[in-house]
Each structure stands twice: as structure tokens, then as C-alpha cells.
Design a protein around this ligand. Structure first.
Ligand code: PLP
Length: 401
């Protein structure tokens, strides 16, 4: 058992595995409801003058006003904190809500950020457009090169080091031990592709882990939600900013995501199994030039994947030799896999990266990110693996003129 496989949580039942923590987490003592409890209310009444004053000046009150806190949202946050081995967590209205709150909540004009060059395109645009406007300088580095983040840190100026692993869209990995050993700057990992089932960056010394819970965590394409976990001190600071930033989570989304967490372990196990089978199939296809999946021994960082990931996840990326024409034919020829961005849900989703998720990138940026004309990303769903592989095989055959 590697360190990343050590049980993460003491859900009141002693140390347990993450699948168990996901089922145990976020329950209130004495609450008989097995399903999460939905508090759609925007505000709460208080009993007395003194109680009003106490709540108005309290830190993160659970029942005062829902932008400050809400029992449904808090239950979701507590489960994420358990799963990530964190002291605390804070939910946001989306993954970008979480990312923008971390950057703007922690950085000031004149600060410096080191960011990975391969990121979710929204995060990349935030670093390239919003940060310069706020006077925050950003240096992009190749996160796959050991020591690259640490070398770019400017002592006394670098506030944040921001990484994503596995990264969009080619599933490049960042060595979490390497990142966690950085001193003098706060380290942040976007762990969306992994979910808390696959890896726990905080256990490697990273300061904050964040997720677009819109994806695998909620897992049913029925919530738009983000979450950040870390020390009580950092999350308290972010809470203060977040109440003013206003990108607070909706209780409905937190409810859906909390319910989603209960089945995350089983869903991810199936999605990983399917992705591994599909990756192997694609590696044997003459029409495909490269398949990227951390579980394949051909992945350039396969050893690192085995060291820091408990399972390899449901995402893979491949390149069609026939370029953009083949990419177009492929995505239009599947009947089970659907064309959509997003990932981690029950439906297998495919997208042609250059014209969808990464359409905001210049051609030089696309090339630097390893995104070609024929690059397709697949998020494996919960269909039977044989049906999916047959569907993909038919679509690959349709790419030939
Ligand atoms: C989707 C995604 C985001 C943004 O999340 P939203 O919930 O869409 O705002 C950030 N990072 C990664 C890796 C993502 O996949």
C-alpha cells in the first residue's frame, strides 16, 4: 500500500477507506434521515436580539443567511473535508467560483503566481486575462518537469503555485510530493479529474485542494458546484472573502453533490475499469496515433500515476491520425457516447478538444498543450463496457473515407 492508498478519514468509525468515508460523511448527530437534508432557505430567523447580534458577528454561522452558511451546504463541505483529510472545506457556485475565490482571495496587486501551462481552459484564461488586469503576475511552467514549479517561485513575491493533476486534456500529471515540498508560497491543486477517491493532495503537503464538483463528485450532470479544502486557517480566510465575492453554492446543488458522493466510489471503480479497457482497445487501432491514459504503461508518467493515484480514473484522450476531418466524423458517428463537454457522469461524453473545451486557445497554445486537430477526450460513463467499446469501434471505422 502506497501512502496515497492509506485510508483517509476517521468518520467516527476509526480509520476507513475513502469509499466508506463518502458514505459516512456529513451526517449530523441524531439526524434520522439517511438522505441529505435540503434547506432551500436563503435566510434563518433568530430567537432574540442577542442571538441576532451573535450570528451577525459569528464566523461561518450555519443558520444566519445562506451566503454565510447553510446546513445542506455545510454537510457537503464536511464530507469533502473528511475525504480530503482536511480540517475544513468551503463550497462555491461552480469550479470557476472556487478557483477565482482562491486566486482573488489570496493574491493582491503586485503578487506573483506560478501556474501550470496545461490547465482547464477557463483557469488558463483567468490567469491570462483577469490576473494581469488585477496586477497579479503569472509565470507558466511545464508541470511535468520535476522541480519546475519550485524554480519559478520568487521568494517574497510568489503567493500561489497552482497545479492541475491529472491535467486537461492530455492527462499529464504533476508530482504531488514535489509540489507539496515547495516552501514560501501556498500550493493549490485542481484535483477535479481525480476526485477525492483517487488522490489526496493535502497528504503530500499541498496547502489547498479544489474540485469542480460539477463533474465526478456530483456525478449526474445535475449540479454546478465547486469546493476547496485545506487548513481551518486558510478556509476561514477564504470564507471571509467568499461572503463578499458572492459565488456561494446553491443548497440544491450541494444536496445533489452530497447524494452523488455516496456512490462516488462505486462509480469511479466502474469508470476506471471501462476507461482501461477502452484505452487498451484504442491502442490497438491503426487509425489512432496516441492514447493517453495514466493506467497505460505507455503513459510517460505511468510510474508516478501508480505512486500517487489509487485508481486511474474514467478519462482518456486519443489522437485520430485523420486530423480534424476524422475528429468530426468520429464524434458524429457514435450513438452511445454523446458529444458534450464536462465529465464524470453516467453518460460517456466525447469532445473534440480543439473546437470545444480549448477553442479559446491560439494555435500556438494548442500545439504547446499537445492538442491536435484529431484530439478527442473521452469521459467514460456507466454503460456496459462492451457496448461502449463497440460504439467507439464503429465510430473509428467511420473516420475512414
Ligand atoms: C470543469 C472544470 C473546472 C471548472 O468548473 P465549473 O464547475 O465548470 O466552473 C475547473 N477545473 C477542471 C479541471 C474542470 O474540469
Amino acid at each position: 500500500m502506497t501512502e496515497s492508498q492509506v485510508p483517509v478519514s476517521d468518520g467516527g468509525a476509526g480509520p476507513v477507506h475513502p469509499e466508506t468515508a463518502a458514505v459516512l460523511g456529513g451526517r449530523t448527530d441524531g439526524e434520522a434521515s439517511l438522505a441529505p437534508v435540503l434547506y432551500p432557505t436563503s435566510t434563518f430567523s433568530f430567537d432574540s436580539f442577542d442571538e441576532g447580534r451573535r450570528l451577525a458577528t459569528a464566523h461561518a454561522p450555519e443558520r444566519f443567511y445562506s451566503r454565510y452558511g447553510n446546513p445542506t451546504i455545510n454537510a457537503f463541505e464536511n464530507t469533502i473535508a473528511d475525504l480530503e483529510g482536511a480540517e475544513a472545506a468551503r463550497a462555491f457556485s461552480s469550479g470557476m467560483g472556487a478557483i477565482s475565490a482562491v486566486i482573488l482571495g489570496l493574491c493582491s496587486s503586485g503578487d506573483h503566481v506560478v501556474a501550470q501551462n496545461h490547465l482547464y481552459a477557463g483557469t488558463q484564461l483567468f490567469f491570462q486575462t483577469v490576473c494581469p488586469r488585477m496586477g497579479i503576475d503569472v509565470t507558466f511552467v511545464d508541470g511535468t518537469v520535476p522541480g519546475a514549479f519550485a524554480e519559478a517561485v520568487i521568494p517574497g513575491r510568489t503567493m500561489l503555485v497552482f497545479a492541475e493533476t491529472p491535467a486537461n486534456p492530455r492527462l499529464d500529471l504533476v508530482d504531488l510530493d514535489d509540489l507539496g515540498s515547495i516552501v514560501g508560497a501556498l500550493t493549490v491543486v485542481d484535483s477535479t479529474f481525480a476526485t477525492p477517491m483517487v488522490q489526496n493532495p493535502l497528504a503530500h503537503g499541498v496547502d489547498l485542494v479544489l474540485h469542480s464538483a460539477t463533474k465526478g463528485i456530483a456525478g449526474a450532470n445535475d449540479a454546478t458546484l465547486g469546493v476547496v479544502a485545506g487548513s481551518q486557517e486558510l478556509i476561514s480566510w477564504l470564507w471571509g472573502f467568499a461572503t463578499l465575492h458572492g459565488a456561494n453554492a446553491s443548497p440544491y446543488d450541494a444536496y445533489n453533490a452530497h447524494r452523488g458522493l455516496r456512490t462516488l466510489g462505486a462509480r469511479l471503480r466502474q469508470q476506471s475499469e471501462t476507461a482501461a479497457a477502452l484505452a487498451e482497445f484504442l491502442e490497438g487501432c491503426g487509425e489512432v496515433s496516441e492514447v493517453r491514459y495514466p493506467g497505460l504503461s505507455s503513459h510517460p508518467q505511468h510510474e508516478l500515476a501508480l505512486r500517487q493515484m489509487r485508481s486511474m480514473g474514467g478519462l482518456l484522450t486519443f489522437d485520430l491520425i485523420g486530423g480534424s476531418e476524422a475528429g468530426k466524423r468520429f464524434v458524429e458517428a457514435t450513438s452511445i457516447a454523446r458529444q458534450a463537454t464536462s465529465l464524470g457522469g453516467p453518460e460517456t461524453l466525447i469532445c473534440h478538444s480543439a473546437t470545444t473545451t480549448h477553442v479559446s486557445l491560439t494555435s500556438e497554445e494548442l500545439a504547446a498543450a499537445g492538442i491536435g486537430e484529431g484530439t478527442v477526450r473521452v469521459s467514460c460513463g456507466l454503460e456496459h463496457v462492451d457496448d461502449l467499446v463497440n460504439d467507439i469501434a464503429r465510430a473509428i471505422a467511420a473516420t475512414e473515407v
